[in-house]
Design a protein. Structure first.
Length: 278
């Protein structure tokens, strides 16, 4: 009876040792059958991404397809700008302009002349027959802005001046010296475009002096060959209104001394001193 008992104990101990060996992958070695699944699991796990690469990828994802974060921010700003109404954009453009004097009301000339297509002579009415340039009156501005532009800060400022009966203290932009006599009338009658002297005012968010208005700059134009439309040319004026014959020492059909302007009547405008300094 002792031999079967001894065999049973030995078998139980052997089975326990075998189980422990299998569980531990063998004594002092590795079990290939257990190692293969572990390697497969490790290969399927995501690899670690460097912090810099993650940040860059995050920027690209936030920016949108094929864009950087800076480009995306600029694109969003442009989209927001396009969604704004043009009159608000005109106010911002005037305030951000760097040329020209700061005006009491941020009047955007480009918005009125280009976007709204208002003719120059509608606001500057009377300039074609006036010696000096005509600044639009407060009443003329209110003709539109009694209704148009409600809620816009510049328009509310305009209405404030109107309610007080005070003129708008505009800052002077184009001005010649006090000793120069300049008249708009003959220049406009001669079909000289406003931009020849005032520049591209239709593109100015804030009006500035474009031409130098020096004596040399004016004479450069006056010395050009005259055209049939130049009613300011003395030759054309005297054809319409012949003056009495002057003495010999004066120019024909003129009261100016002959020596002052040897090209009298042949150029686009007078070039003698008394034409502008009288």
């Amino acid at each position: 009876m002792r031999q079967p008992y001894r065999f049973a104990v030995t078998s139980i101990v052997g089975l326990g040792a075998l189980g422990a060996t299998l569980a531990l992958g063998g004594c002092g070695g590795s079990n290939p059958a257990l190692a293969e699944p572990a390697e497969a699991i490790a290969s399927e796990a995501p690899a670690e991404v460097p912090a810099e690469a993650s940040a860059q990828e995050a920027q690209e994802v936030g920016a949108g397809e094929g864009q950087t974060a800076e480009a995306a921010a600029q694109f969003q700003a442009e989209e927001l700008t396009q969604q704004q109404e043009p009159q608000w954009l005109a106010i911002d453009a005037h305030n951000e302009a760097t040329r020209g004097p700061i005006q009491p009301i941020p009047f955007n000339h480009r918005f009125h002349s280009t976007d709204l297509e208002i003719d120059c002579n509608y606001c500057h009415i009377g300039t074609e027959s006036s010696v000096a340039g005509v600044i639009p009156s407060l009443e003329l501005c209110m003709g539109c802005h009694r209704i148009a532009g409600s809620g816009l800060p510049p328009v509310e400022q305009l209405r404030g001046f109107a309610s007080l009966g005070q003129p708008i203290p505009w800052e002077w932009v184009n001005k010649v010296p006090e000793f120069v006599q300049f008249s708009h009338q003959p220049h406009i009658r001669s079909a000289i475009d406003c931009t020849e002297c005032h520049g591209p005012v239709e593109e100015m968010d804030r009006v500035y002096q474009w031409a130098p208005f020096t004596m040399g700059w004016c004479l450069e134009c006056h010395r050009q060959e005259r055209a049939d439309t130049d009613v300011a040319t003395d030759n054309l004026l005297v054809e319409q209104y012949p003056p009495p014959q002057p003495p010999e020492e004066l120019q024909p059909h003129s009261l100016y001394p002959r020596a002052l302007d040897s090209q009298y009547g042949a150029t686009r405008g007078p070039t003698d001193c008394a034409a502008c300094h009288y």
